[in-house]
Design a protein around this ligand. Structure first.
Ligand SMILES: Cc1cc2nc3c(=O)[nH]c(=O)nc-3n(C[C@H](O)[C@H](O)[C@H](O)COP(=O)(O)OP(=O)(O)OC[C@H]3O[C@@H](n4cnc5c(N)ncnc54)[C@H](O)[C@@H]3O)c2cc1C
Ligand code: SF4
Length: 526
């Protein structure tokens, strides 16, 4: 047992960001990560390199889920989602967390996202600081993650004090087709900022614009995920990383955490680690689970607030079917975003803020074969997939008191973590906001020449957030403005749990920026 200055639990955006600041300040940091390293090589390009078909997507700690199957889904979608709707959800466990498999879209929240919104309900979801406070850290996070973007083309672009560190790759023909169609409908398409490396160097390969990016690990390490871009340099600078280490409990004495208990995932050995400071970053499902498993919520003045206000965005994909092959040159084409309806749509003003629309890749044919019934899959794979392209819609959802991660009766998992469940229901407004965006996405696909559109509703928790949120009111938020867990002197939370609201953009850049802010403040503490 070795005493460190700080123990960071979880190696994703939050853990990576905070460790970056602590290691730079010369602190002795131990990072405990339950997952293993994801090997890189040609196998990542095979269809079964997709996250859900790899061992890194696991139900070894299952979250039972009470998630209402969408009331408004089409018959076709109900048929398809029933096949995949699960009684429990899997999570991504690996060094770097889901960043290794993510889509690399790196967007900032907008200033208005920090001020709360009446249409999103009265959940007390106001941020303890404004956009200007986070702005310099957004710049630092873009630098750390090497985000390639183009400022000034997004009609809702927030103010920025630094330019993107890199420029995006040329537009593919599919992206040009979508951008032109959107522009003809009076919209202002913009280049999605992507954490992808486009320049060859001694230590890094440049992106080769393949078609397996989102949900796949990059075979050549050109995606700027946390493992490749953040942790590898930190390891060289002295970070101690212990993969395959499942933390099961935070041990407290009075108002301090004195250690963590863990299990070696490969040998089953029981472990204990001690440090002066503890930073919890196990994700928006894993973090409340660990806090509740440790009984620490009893020390927090908000108590029962730990695990509540779970958000996940209300996401769906509009797929357009075209009369010809859409992407014959097999180019990377997740490049265009549409934020024209981010703050609302004149057609349905009563819905208020809606969210964003982003281009998406069609899935590889082999992957389609895995998910559909045999005969149907071959028909879809051969005739339909090459003729379709998709737009992802991401609607902001309301942080509701009743949406939560909680412990439940049942057997503990193989490591001794008590059984947990997720309860989540979208509001009618969440679903209506998603449908309003879908209508616009279908409009763009139709303008581009699609003969028919199919809407697929997303039921995953890949954008889970808000379960241990920060705020000024101790009764409705477990963390203060520096993400210190109220009632405990030396515990901070820095993953997506901390977000009081999720806006209509992908969460990772905000999590990383805030973790840099919290890490800087902690490093400066004596
Ligand atoms: C397929 C996919 C695509 C996505 N695409 C995008 C995108 O394009 N842009 C974007 O912004 N976001 C995207 N996201 C969402 C994004 O990945 C998450 O919002 C982000 O990773 C959350 O960061 P985090 O720090 O909260 O936690 P995570 O990144 O989830 O990290 C948590 C870490 O803690 C570890 N852990 C959990 N429990 C324990 C334990 N008990 N002991 C030790 N370690 C533990 C986990 O293994 C994991 O490594 C995507 C997600 C998925 C799944
Ligand atoms: S598109 Fe580029 S960054 Fe993404 S997986 Fe392919 S090579 Fe890697």
């Amino acid at each position: 047992m070795d005493r460190h200055d700080a123990i960071v639990i979880g190696s994703g955006f939050g853990g990576g960001g905070v460790a970056h600041e602590l290691v730079a300040a010369g602190k002795r940091v131990l990072m405990l990560e339950r997952g293993d390293r994801v090997p890189r090589g040609p196998q990542n390009w095979e269809f079964d390199g997709s996250l859900d078909l790899t061992p890194f997507y696991s139900k070894e700690t299952p979250y039972a889920v009470a998630d209402e199957i969408d009331r408004t889904a089409s018959k076709l979608d109900k048929l398809l989602t029933k096949r995949t709707a699960a009684k429990s959800v899997a999570s991504c466990y690996c060094v770097g967390g889901p960043s290794v498999f993510y889509g690399a879209v790196s967007l900032r929240l907008r200033p208005r996202d920090f001020t709360g919104d009446a249409v999103l309900g009265d959940s007390g979801a106001t941020w303890p600081f404004d956009y200007d406070t986070l702005e310099p850290y957004y710049g630092a996070a873009e630098g750390l993650l090497g985000v390639a973007g183009e400022a000034g083309t997004d009609p809702t672009d927030p103010p920025r004090s630094s330019d993107y560190p890199a420029s995006p790759a040329p537009l593919s023909s599919t992206s040009r087709m979508i951008a032109d169609a959107a522009a003809r409908r009076g919209m202002k398409p913009f280049r999605l900022p992507l954490a992808i490396n486009y320049s060859e160097s001694d230590s890094r390969s440049a992106c080769v614009a393949c078609t397996t990016c989102d949900t796949y690990a990059c075979a050549i390490g050109a995606k700027n995920d946390v493992a490749t871009r953040v942790l590898d340099p930190l390891l060289a600078a002295g970070l101690e990383l212990r993969p395959n280490t499942v933390v099961t409990r935070l041990v407290t004495e009075g108002s301090r955490v004195v250690g963590v208990e863990a299990v070696d995932r490969q040998t089953g050995e029981q472990l204990r680690f001690e440090a002066a400071q503890f930073i919890l970053s196990a994700g928006a499902l894993g973090t409340p689970h660990l806090l509740l498993a440790s009984g620490i919520e009893e020390l927090n003045p908000g108590g029962d607030v730990v695990g509540r206000y779970l958000t996940r965005h209300c996401n769906a994909i509009a797929f357009g079917l075209f009369p010809r092959q859409v992407n014959p040159a097999q180019e990377f084409h997740k490049q265009i975003g549409l934020h024209d309806f981010y703050f609302g749509d004149m057609k349905q003003p009563e819905l208020g803020k809606l969210g964003g629309i982003q281009q998406l890749h069609s899935p590889p044919v082999g992957l389609v074969h895995q998910h559909l019934p045999a005969g149907f899959a071959h028909l879809v794979g051969a005739l339909i997939v090459p003729r379709m392209t998709g737009l992802l819609v991401m609607a902001e959802d309301e942080p509701r008191h009743d949406n939560r991660v909680m412990l439940r009766d049942g057997d503990a998992d193989q490591f001794g973590l008590p059984a947990a469940e997720i309860r989540h229901t979208y509001t009618d407004r969440d679903l209506a906001a998603r449908d309003a965006l879908l209508l616009r996405a279908r409009e763009v696909l139709g303008e581009a020449g699609a003969l028919w559109c199919y809407s697929h509703y997303i039921h995953t928790f890949s954008h889970a957030a808000g379960t241990v949120r920060m705020g000024t009111d101790p009764a409705t938020s477990a963390l203060d403005e520096y993400c210190r867990f109220r009632g405990v002197d030396n515990l901070r939370v820095v993953d997506a749990s901390i977000l009081p609201s999720g806006g209509g953009v992908n969460p990772s850049l905000t999590v990383a920026a805030n973790a840099l802010r919290v890490g800087e403040q902690l490093a400066a503490e004596r």
